[in-house]
Ligand binder design. Structure first.
Ligand SMILES: Cc1cc2nc3c(=O)[nH]c(=O)nc-3n(C[C@H](O)[C@H](O)[C@H](O)COP(=O)(O)OP(=O)(O)OC[C@H]3O[C@@H](n4cnc5c(N)ncnc54)[C@H](O)[C@@H]3O)c2cc1C
Length: 364
């Protein structure tokens, strides 16, 4: 069918018309639809829950394939300690987390409340409150655009890193299903995020009932406008609009002492390096640190609720990292505000913030 406005399919509520929208609800029809569309050579766009995209006001000149497949399979090992969980790409991510926690499993409970679909989870290796899907991902079933074949890819072949993967970097195709390895027994994974530990009244590294961890995460997220809630205008967003920048330690040393920073792992090394840094001189990735994008934005003079004059796009009133649509904003207004934030942070600190959502038909 033709779609007058893709804004109905994105959580930011922006996006113009599309030639055609197809919504295959079974794995077989998803594969058949994709192969049919690909054989025509026309433009195609894959959409899940639309919670990590900014689609242009001109819309999409091609076919949008919206993944609507369903199915969750939980198989607990005979030793009762682990479980294999398989889920179809079109399942709602949070429904999957809820189902695993209800089954007494843990490993993704800190990822409660992240909007969107299961199939998109590996694309940017979703993460929150000390967990990433990559920590538990065994592999994916993938319809490869180049070969037209369904293949099984191991998690280690996906180049998973901080909010990235080979899929996000351009490997074309469709995640049909994912497989996770979770722990059984009802206890959460060790709490790995200070704010979550404090909300639960435990020390970092302690375990709580997985259901309690999920409840605490959902409450923390709601307080930041980070769960989709029709009653909360701050949740009309794409979540965090910028990733936390990764810079060399020598660059970070020149920032104000109170600027938050964390050491990063090797898998994050492909992220942005601040201009002016001697990148080739780095002896090891240990010299890189992650900065807080929210802190940089606030300290560059942009506060919660900020909007450009006359614009219907605004910084969330709960969190400087989210850009929200206050009602009727265009994708252009969203991009203008994002560009303004980028420019302010660049001129204040020399750090270029990278957008987290995927831009379709427009750029910053
Ligand atoms: C309020 C809010 C809070 C958020 N909080 C977090 C958070 O804490 N952590 C986090 O990591 N993210 C967060 N996000 C971002 C977003 O929820 C995730 O990135 C999510 O995985 C996107 O899923 P989706 O189905 O909506 O993907 P979409 O937005 O529909 O698509 C995103 C990208 O993935 C591709 N894609 C979608 N499905 C597939 C598939 N089956 N196979 C291959 N490619 C596919 C699309 O083509 C597109 O490029 C938040 C978003 C919002 C709105």
């Amino acid at each position: 069918m033709t779609v007058a406005s893709l804004s109905d399919y994105t959580t930011l509520r922006v996006g113009g018309p599309a030639h055609e929208l197809r919504e295959p609800g079974t794995r077989d029809t998803l594969v058949a639809t994709a192969l049919e569309v690909w054989s025509t050579g026309e433009n195609w766009l894959l959409l899940g829950g639309g919670s990590n995209v900014v689609i242009s006001d001109d819309g999409f000149d091609g076919t949008v394939i919206r993944v609507a497949t369903r199915g969750i399979d939980i198989i607990v090992d005979q030793d009762g300690k682990h479980a294999r969980v398989r889920a179809a790409a079109g399942e709602n991510w949070d429904a999957l987390v809820a189902a695993t926690v209800a089954a007494g499993l843990s490993g993704i409970e800190a990822l409660s409340g992240i909007p969107g679909t299961v199939g998109a989870a590996p694309v940017q290796n979703i993460g929150a409150y000390g967990q990433e899907v990559g920590d538990r991902l065994v592999g994916i079933d993938f319809l490869d655009y180049t070969s037209g074949e369904v293949v099984r890819l191991d998690a280690r072949d996906l180049g998973l890193g901080y909010r990235t993967s080979t899929l996000k970097r351009g490997r074309a195709g469709i995640v049909l299903a994912i497989e996770l390895d979770l722990d059984a027994g009802g206890w959460s994974a060790p709490i790995a995020y200070a704010q979550l530990a404090s909300a639960l009244g435990v020390q970092l590294g302690e375990r709580v009932a997985a259901a309690d961890a999920r409840r605490a995460v959902l409450a923390l997220r709601a307080g930041k406008g980070m769960v989709l809630d029709p009653a909360d205008p701050d949740s009309v967003s794409a979540g965090s609009f910028f990733t936390n920048p990764i810079v060399t330690e020598s660059f970070a040393r020149a920032l104000p002492a109170e600027a938050p920073r964390w050491p990063v792992e090797n898998d994050e090394e492909d992220r942005v390096i601040a201009p002016g840094d001697a990148v080739p001189a780095l002896a090891s990735a240990d010299y890189r640190v992650k900065l807080s994008a929210a802190w940089l934005i606030e300290r560059s003079g942009i506060s919660r609720g900020f909007a450009l004059p006359g614009s219907r796009a605004a910084i969330s009133s709960k969190h400087t990292l989210a850009i929200t649509n206050r009602g009727g904003a265009t994708a252009t207004e969203i991009a203008q505000l994002a560009g303004y934030v980028q420019t302010r942070v660049l001129s204040e600190f020399g750090v270029l913030l990278h957008p987290e959502p995927v831009f379709v038909g427009l750029a910053l």
